[in-house]
Design a protein around this ligand. Structure first.
Ligand SMILES: [Zn+2]
Length: 373
């Protein structure tokens, strides 16, 4: 394994000594825009609950990339169309206690209720719902079911903006409701020119990496139909765009077992007190994971499509949907190593069974997933 020593020293010598600590400027390519990014982490905990925002099915071959079907299908069942079952796993977070105060005694920006990931939502037409065997529920239906009004949510954090992670940011209007946005329907929401949507969370900001937003707007994806205007345009004026540093600068091709060039505390940006996001590139360039502590002392890491289900544990088990499968392998390797070392409690974004897992290093030089306990 190449050590991160040289690279980190390089970065430090070049940039960090010139940078005011408050702004967390990591290198000269990165322009932080968040005035709320804080220099010292504050010990704010969250209570959380898992929301299952709907089961659906995706093509098994696409979900396992270059792994032969004869291998992955030993452990993952398929339906008669070759599809595997996945889930839209999401989290509802509630901050424990009052909003923390800044040194001047003013409350910091700290939403009481935060949702992580929102799934596909309810906008797909009947044909598309059938294509994905999508069940009838949605993030807003799940919240209502537990007595939570989506209007009370102060912030949404999505890992990336593909429709099965961000489509639920908007919803179909109810009868008599005035739409928030009208425009051409995505190909998967019918073909009406007067397609209308409402913001699902009218009082929430949407936290996403700037890189992800830029790629979504430009439709930079190996899929032609995933970054849809009907979940992107309506949220454009409520974005909190984050510039977390990538684990490796773009002109370096890391080896498979390389550690990221910057320490975790340099890469993980605190977007609200006690809640951090960090880049996990490969599936998309701007994909992020979310990190917080709960009141029981667990470190919870919401795990995006670097490890969508427990069946994707193997290093080469990338997705055909990934923009850079090689980068996915590298990300998965350092992510699992850190998860094992720090006993993270992972929430796997698409796992249809128990998505709460911890990671243990094994004697074969790789990792096992165990129940969270
Ligand atoms: Zn995706």
């Amino acid at each position: 394994m190449r050590t991160a020593f040289d690279a980190t020293k390089f970065m430090e010598a070049r940039c960090i000594h010139q940078i005011p600590r408050f702004h967390r400027r990591i290198d000269s390519f990165i322009e932080p825009t968040l005035s709320s990014v804080m220099s010292t982490p504050i010990d704010v905990r969250y209570n959380w609950r898992l929301l299952r925002a709907g089961e659906f099915r995706l093509d098994g071959g696409s979900m396992f990339g270059l792994i032969p079907r004869s291998v992955w299908s030993r452990s993952v069942p398929t339906d008669d169309k070759g599809r595997i079952t996945v889930q839209h796993n999401c989290l509802l977070l509630e901050r424990v206690g009052d909003a923390p105060l800044d040194p001047a005694g003013k409350p910091l920006d700290s939403p009481k209720l935060i949702v992580i990931e929102v799934g596909t939502g309810d906008k797909l037409d009947a044909k598309s719902r059938e294509l994905f065997a999508m069940d009838e529920t949605s993030i807003h239906a799940q919240l209502r079911e537990i007595g939570c009004d989506p209007r009370d949510i102060g912030a949404i954090i999505v890992s990336h903006l593909h429709f099965d992670h961000a489509g639920g940011l908007t919803r179909l209007p109810l009868a008599g409701e005035k739409p928030d946005w009208t425009g051409p329907a995505s190909g998967m929401a019918g073909s009406r020119p007067d397609h209308s949507v409402k913001l699902t969370f009218p009082n929430a900001r949407v936290v996403v990496q700037r890189r992800e937003w830029d790629d979504a707007i430009a439709n930079r994806s190996v899929m032609t139909r995933t970054y849809f205007r009907d979940h992107l345009d309506p949220i454009a004026d409520r974005l909190m765009l984050i510039d977390a540093p990538a684990p490796f600068v773009s002109y370096i091709t890391p080896d498979k077992a390389d550690e990221p060039m910057l320490r975790f505390d340099q890469r993980a940006i605190e977007v609200f007190p006690g809640l951090r996001v960090f880049r996990t590139p490969g599936h998309t360039w701007g994909q992020q994971a979310m990190y917080f502590k709960d009141s029981a002392g667990n470190t919870i890491v919401f795990t995006p499509d670097v490890l969508p289900t427990a069946a994707h544990l193997g290093q080469a088990y990338s997705l055909a949907y990934d923009v850079e499968p090689y980068t996915s392998m590298i990300t998965k390797t350092w992510f699992l190593r850190q998860a094992a070392a720090e006993n993270w409690l992972l929430v796997l974004d698409h796992e249809p069974g128990d998505p709460l897992r911890r990671v243990r290093a094994n004697e074969k030089g790789w990792f096992d997933l165990v129940p969270a306990g």
